[in-house]
Design a binder for this molecule. Structure first.
Ligand code: NAD
Length: 278
């Protein structure tokens, strides 16, 4: 079985650095994809209430026969549930949908600075309660910019364990990653393959040939060697296996640098400062 390294979070909990993401996986395809991932050796699954497939993730985990304690499962708060009472209820509903009595990690999915009077602090305090009662073993945020984090650091008690943000070779996020490192907030990079858009890049395809790996494997290795946590998504069994088969080669420092130099500050997803979808 592939040895996936763990990252130790700021509360000493461990998280596998490579996981499996299920954004845009249809509910009817989710249990099969997650089962394939678990068989391939993934032990970390990233879902969200807004993905509409928590039930099926839970079903695949139960069917796998694996110990719940050997898995790391993340879910995220729906954008329409930021008011504290709604956030508490939404957390309960995520647990119920997954069929679990705890989550390894629960995140505020988006800061929504233009909604709820810009108040993500009271939402965070509701997550702090879930952490204190032990049902969320770690809590964190997603799509938070440095100033959103700065405000949480100033106005609440628990430092987020992670910030899950868009990161790929065209969006290296070095400034925000630096801020997170300074405050012991681990970075999770979402859409690590830019949904496939970086895989034809000549710098990446040339490196892939030289290390005898696929472009997707090279990009995932780049993320891991920079220290970020990633969870690529696929519903294709061969790709699911390909994306975890990245522990028998290493990129040189120059190769990591060459890929980082592709940065264009170009997002594939929404801008967290203006995203307001409920
Ligand atoms: P991704 O970068 O993982 O790309 C997935 C796509 O890349 C696939 O649909 C497929 O087209 C292609 N692909 C995957 N493996 C491949 C391979 N080996 N070879 C060739 N092509 C391959 O994109 P994603 O699903 O958007 O992101 C991954 C995970 O990040 C999500 O599933 C979700 O868990 C998380 N995410 C979080 C947020 C957030 O706001 N917090 C937003 C988007 C995604």
């Amino acid at each position: 079985m592939t040895a996936i390294p763990d990252i130790t979070l700021n509360n000493r909990q461990k998280i596998p650095q490579l996981g499996f993401g299920v954004f845009q996986v249809k509910p009817r395809d989710t249990a099969a994809a997650v089962s394939t991932a678990l068989q391939a050796g993934y032990r970390h699954i990233d879902t969200a209430e807004m993905y509409g497939n928590e039930n099926e993730v839970g079903e695949a985990i139960r069917r796998s026969g694996l110990d719940r304690d050997d898995l790391f499962v993340t879910s995220k708060l729906s954008n329409d549930a930021h008011r504290p009472g709604d956030a508490r209820r939404a957390f309960d509903e995520s647990l119920k949908a997954l069929g679990f009595d705890y989550l390894d990690l629960f995140l505020i999915h988006w800061p929504l600075p233009t909604r709820y009077g810009g108040d993500y602090v009271s939402t965070w305090k509701a997550l702090e309660e879930c952490y204190r009662d032990g049902r969320a073993r770690s809590i964190g945020v997603s799509n938070f910019q440095a100033r959103h984090l700065q405000r949480l650091l100033g106005e609440s008690e628990i430092i987020p364990a992670v910030n899950q943000i868009e990161v790929n070779p065209y969006l290296t996020q070095d400034e925000l990653r630096g801020f997170c490192a300074e405050h012991q907030i681990a970075v999770e990079g979402w859409s690590p393959l830019a949904q496939g858009q970086v895989l034809d890049d000549p710098t990446i395809t040339v490196i892939a040939r030289s290390v005898t790996a696929t472009p997707a494997q090279v990009v995932l290795r780049w993320h891991l060697q920079r220290g970020d946590i990633v969870f690529p998504k696929s519903v294709t069994p061969d790709r699911i296996r390909e994306n975890i088969d990245i522990f028998d080669f290493e990129l040189s420092a120059a190769e990591v640098e060459a890929i980082s130099a592709l940065n264009r500050n170009e997002r594939t997803g929404p801008d967290p400062d203006t995203f307001d979808w409920l």
